[in-house]
Design a protein around this ligand. Sequence first.
Ligand SMILES: Cc1ncc(C[n+]2csc(CCOP(=O)(O)OP(=O)(O)O)c2C)c(N)n1
Ligand code: SF4
Length: 291
Amino acid sequence: MTKRNPDYDFKWCPGCGDFGVLRALDKALEERCEALSEPIENTVFVAGIGCSGNIVHLQDGPQPYGIHGIHGRTLPIAYGVKAANPELNVVVAAGDGDFLSIGGEHIGPAARRNLDIVCVIMDNGIYGLTKGQASPTTQLNVITSTTPLGKLDEPENPLELYLTNGVGFIASMVSTKPKDITKAILAGIEYPGLAIIHIQSPCTTYNDTYSLLKGDVKNGIEPLAIDLPESHDSTDYDKALTIARSNKIPVGILYSKKGSQSMNQKIATQKQSTNAPQRTVDELLTTLSLK
Ligand SMILES: Cc1ncc(C[n+]2csc(CCOP(=O)(O)OP(=O)(O)O)c2C)c(N)n1
Ligand code: SF4
C-alpha cells in the first residue's frame, strides 16, 4: 500500500538503500517546485521494473506524473515524453539491472541525442525484485542465485561506460548521503543535456555492501567509496576517466561537460536559421498518405 496508489502493495526491505534515494529525490523535487513556482505535475517519472523502479509509487506529498513502464526501456520512453513535450521535467529512475543490462544499449544513443533528462540509477549490484540474480555490476566471485560458486564474468564499470559513451553529466553517489544526492539531482536537472546520477544503493537482502562502501578501518578494511577532493575539476574529461578507472568509487560530481547543448536547444537554433517551411503535424502526416 502506498500514498500514491493504494492498490499497489509494495514495501522495500528494512535498510534498503533506496530509502535514502527516495528522501533525496523528494527533497530535490520539493526544492525545485518551490524555486520555480512550478507544479509537481510538470515532472514526469519514467521508472524501470525492479525494486528501485517502485520509487515512482512511494513519493511523499503531492505526486509527479509517472510511468512504470517496461524493464530496460526507461530511456526510449523518456525520449518519447521529452520529445513530445520539451517543457516537462523528465526523471528516469531505474536499477543497475534495468539500466545497464537489458537497457544498456540505449545509453550511447541517448547520450548522443542529449535530451534534457536526468537519470537516477540505484545500483545495488544485484537483481533485487527477482530475488538475487547477478547483475552487470555484481563484483567478481560474489555468490548469487545465478552464480552459486561465485561470479566469473567481469563486472561492468558504469562510470567508465557513461564517460566513454559521451554522457555529459555524471555524478557518483552513495545512498547514505541523501543531501549530496539532492544537490546532484538538482545540478543534473539544470544541466543542458543527459545527466546520470549513479548511486550505490545497497540491497540488505541479497547484496549488502554497506560495510564495503564505508570500510572498517579498525579491522584494516579501507572504504571503497571516497569523496572527490574539493579541488576536483569536473570539466576535465581525462581526469574523470582516470578516476572512474581506479579501484575506488568516487563520491561527488565526477564530470560535467562544458558547453553542452541539449537537443531542444539545437532544435530551436536550427529552426531560427532555416528558411524551410515549418510544417504542422497534420501536414507531415498527409505526406505519408498512400492516396
Ligand atoms: C523484459 C523483461 N525481462 C525480465 C524481467 C524480469 N525482471 C523484473 S525486475 C528484474 C531485475 C531487477 O533488477 P534491477 O533493475 O537491478 O532492480 P532492483 O530490483 O535491484 O532495484 C528482472 C530481470 C522483466 N520484468 N521484463
Ligand atoms: S530486495 Fe534488496 S533492493 Fe529490493 S527492497 Fe529488498 S533490500 Fe531493497
